[in-house]
Ligand binder design. Structure first.
Ligand code: COA
Length: 342
């Protein structure tokens, strides 16, 4: 086990990565039999061919536990002595309490600090910054960070504007205390929000503002797709530029771009806006759909498994989500042993 020296503290280093997708797969043809859409429309407008969805009582906590267990295994000895569990989610099992303590307990980590972070599809990057902050402040030395969402539970099953886009899943990383200069050290970060635009992507009822509504559609996700598309592309590009400047990187230094997997057209438009080559994109949306807070760690995992993400790669990470929220970071990819997402 590596013991950080006094000088080497302050960095939060990626030490393990895991992911899990629920077994039930819904492809575009199955959706086309239920709602007025087609495989061709979904593929060309979004890049999605199929997605995994929760059924048979599976929940966000269940998925988070599976992904967390794999990340702990991937981290080897760094998976021992976890002192904080951070869960990025906007679909917790209960409105109260947070789901992270239950995830911690089911992983045998009872006693660790545990809390949820909700920044919707930007949640993983926000939680990564939070976990890195816990380590930098020496509040924690090893953090399990899980991004997990059962976003399909928020959807009107008859709404063709949202159902094709989203899927469910969980991705997780272990962060350990280390040097800011070593491979795997995350940061700097750029985070932002624009709450004036909440209405572009939100669930009107169920929270403190409107507990129950007589209109059932108020309990489902409402999305202005074209406006969200425009903001996502602009914000991921501007946030990426801001974090590259903080890091002292030029665009040409970036080997891989791991962006939130919302729509392959958003990813290619963002890469084009930044001047990044299309082959720098890590893309797995075709088989996952938009898994919200799970999307970035799941894309990283697929990138490692299929060899597009290799030790030493300079990686730009950027996310965008409801809120509106956005966030970006950079890291040099470390050598990690990972299992494919089950
Ligand atoms: N199947 C077939 N046709 C559909 C459809 C579906 N599932 N959904 C919409 N359409 C139709 C529309 O009714 C419209 O028809 P019309 O031209 O006859 O009026 C046409 O397809 C184009 O609709 P439009 O909304 O302009 O499509 P689009 O190219 O903007 O793609 C999204 C729609 C939702 C895929 C796209 O706007 C998007 O990805 N937005 C961002 C969503 C997102 O990422 N949300 C999460 C952010 S974290």
């Amino acid at each position: 086990m590596q013991v950080p020296t006094q000088q080497s503290r302050g960095g939060a280093v990626l030490a393990g990565l895991g992911g899990w997708l629920p077994p039930r797969v819904v492809d575009n043809d199955e959706l086309s039999r239920r709602i007025d859409t087609s495989d061709e429309w979904i593929r060309t407008r979004t890049g999605i061919a199929r997605r995994h969805v929760v059924d048979n009582g599976l929940s966000t906590v269940d998925m988070a536990v599976q992904a967390g267990r794999r990340a702990l295994r991937s981290a080897g000895s760094y998976g021992e002595g976890i002192d904080a569990v951070v869960l990025a989610t906007s679909t917790p099992d209960h409105l109260c309490p947070a789901s992270a303590p239950q995830v911690a307990a089911e992983l045998g980590l009872s006693g660790a600090a545990a809390f949820d972070v909700n920044a919707v599809c930007s949640g993983f990057v926000y939680a990564l910054a939070t976990a890195a902050g816990l380590i930098a402040a020496e509040i924690a030395t090893r953090v399990l960070l899980v991004g997990a969402d059962a976003f399909t539970t928020l959807l009107d099953p008859d709404d063709r504007t949202t159902v094709p886009i989203f899927g469910d899943g969980a991705g997780a990383v272990v962060l350990r205390q280390g040097s800011p200069d070593e491979p795997g050290a995350v940061g700097p970060f750029d985070l932002g929000s624009e709450g004036e635009l909440t209405d572009l992507l939100y669930v009107p009822a169920g929270g403190a503002r409107l507990k129950r509504s007589d209109d059932p559609s108020d309990h489902y996700l409402r999305m202005q797709g074209q406006a969200v598309f425009r903001h996502a592309t602009a914000r991921m590009a501007s946030s990426s530029r801001a974090v590259l400047e903080k890091a002292g990187w030029h665009t040409s230094d970036v080997d891989r771009f791991v962006g939130h997997q919302a729509n392959v057209r958003i990813l290619t438009a963002t890469a084009k806006n930044l001047g990044l080559p299309a082959d720098s994109l890590v893309v797995n949306i075709g088989h996952t759909g938009n898994t919200s807070a799970a999307s970035i760690p799941l894309a990283m995992l697929d990138g490692v498994v299929d060899g597009t993400l290799r030790a030493g790669d300079r990686v730009l990470v950027s996310a965008f989500g409801a809120g509106l929220t956005w966030g970006s970071t950079v890291l040099r990819w470390p050598g990690l042993e990972c299992e494919p997402p089950a």
